[in-house]
Every structure is written in C-alpha cells, then in structure tokens.
Write a protein that binds this ligand. Sequence first.
Ligand SMILES: C[S@@+](CC[C@H](N)C(=O)[O-])C[C@H]1O[C@@H](n2cnc3c(N)ncnc32)[C@H](O)[C@@H]1O
Length: 271
Amino acid sequence: MGFPDQKYLGAFYIPLLFQLVPQKYRRNLALNLIAISPHYFGQHRKSIQNISRQNFLETEHKRMVNDRQSMVERAVKPYINQEMTVLDHGCGPGYLAQAAAQYCRRVIAVDISAGVIACAKEINSQPNITYLTENKSDRLSQVGDSSIDFIYSFAVMLHVTDDVCEQLLKEFFRVLKPQGRVICEFRLESPENKNLAIEGSGKKKSLFQRVLDKYTLRVVNRPLEKIERFMQNSGFEIVSFSENPGYSNGYYTFVLKSTQFAKVSDITVSV
Ligand SMILES: C[S@@+](CC[C@H](N)C(=O)[O-])C[C@H]1O[C@@H](n2cnc3c(N)ncnc32)[C@H](O)[C@@H]1O
C-alpha cells in the first residue's frame, strides 16, 4: 500500500551521464534536468515564455536561488549559527543548502535521488556542504547519532507514506543533539483537500491512480492529530506551527524539539 519512493531524477544512469559529459557542459546538463520538474522551474509562467532556452534556464535558476534564499532567511536562519552542523533532509538540487551554508559551519544535505544529488553538486556546491545519497527512503544511514544541531525538511514529508514519515522522524530524533530543533513541512488535511489515496485505506487503486503514483510527486494531506501522533511516537513535541506565507492551501511548517509531547492546547498557532 502507498506510493513508491518519490525519487525525482532517481534513474541510475543520471550520475553516469554527468561522468560522461565534459566538465564545461555539466552545469547546463544539471539545469536542463532540473527543468524537467515543474516543482523547480516554472515552464508555465507567462513572464518566461518566448525567451530562448538558455535564458529560460538561467532566469529560473536565479529565481530559485532567490526564492530559497528568502525561505532560509525567514525559516532557518533564526535557528542556526556559525558553530552548527545542519541537516538538510530531502535537499533536492541544493538551493536551500547553498543558502543555509552561509549561516552555519556545515550542511549535510541528504536526498534519496542520486540524480538530483548529481545536479546539486554541479550547481550548488560549497566547501561546507556535504551531499549524500541515501538508499533507503526511511533512513539516514550515513548520519551519526546525536551529531546534528538543527534539521530542516521542506517539501519532503508531504510526499512520503505514513510509515516512511514516522520512521524518518525517528531517524531525526536519533541524529539530533538533545537540545536540537527540527523544522518540518507538512500539508494539513481539510474538507477541501481530503486525500483520496490514503495509505492503508485498503481500497484497491485504479490503473490511473497507480500510474499517477508512479510518475508524479504525490501530496499527502494529513490531519493534525496524525502528525501529532507521529511526533509523539518519535520523541518530539511541537513547539509551534504556522501556515507558510504566500500559501493559503494548507502547507504548514512545524518547529519540533525532542522531549515530552505537548498538549494541543499548549501549542502556538499563527496563521
Ligand atoms: C519537492 S523536492 C524538495 C527539495 C528541497 N527540499 C526544496 O525545497 O528545494 C522533494 C525532494 O525530496 C526527496 N525525497 C523524497 N523522499 C525522500 C526520502 N524518503 N528521503 C530523502 N529524500 C527524499 C526527493 O528526491 C526530492 O529531491
């Protein structure tokens, strides 16, 4: 039950392609690969229609740099300093890691897709960023116990199954130092976006649904109670959560700390 791994650019031959292509073409290869996904480069945007391919790639790359820079300044920078080792979970092409690396000692950036890591190394490389490909969707097998001061994970948990989500939170708990904080994005379920393909529902999926699961990044909307249960089972409490600015469709950022679970009534909500 559930979705297959949401491994965008995960095909085994993508890192090989980078080795075959001469160095001077690798940046362009990375930008072209990233452009395949509407998650990063917006082919649909009016302002970038009718421009050359190269201009489009550079314009969208710059837009992503600026977008992730402001995300880091708003959501991550307040929690980190130059002494810290920070984990970027589900780093994708590394735009967040690149921005965060300015404000901490080291960023360990982990993704399940070897292809996207190959792109990140090409376009968002810094001496204090270590990119790692994780082979198991529910593990951080190359990250040591209590070795991380701060973890952030944007646009990842909302693409994974419940089992993987809960296990990953347990992994966050394992690798985080006792006083560490986690920032994690989820999409909250509402009457408008109630998930039809809920994992474990026991319903047989249609062929269309199975094709959709295989080839698109699916979004899992979860009720708050379920997210709280995952946190509780993993040893975290919610410090606060707030809807992401610029969105009004249920994307929330949760701040977590390890210790005892807080009651819903104790939690600060800002919308
Ligand atoms: C929508 S992208 C977000 C990338 C980045 N966090 C950002 O906001 O720019 C989701 C990323 O999570 C990665 N991912 C999905 N499931 C994962 C898992 N179980 N473990 C590690 N990475 C995962 C995907 O390969 C993809 O690169």
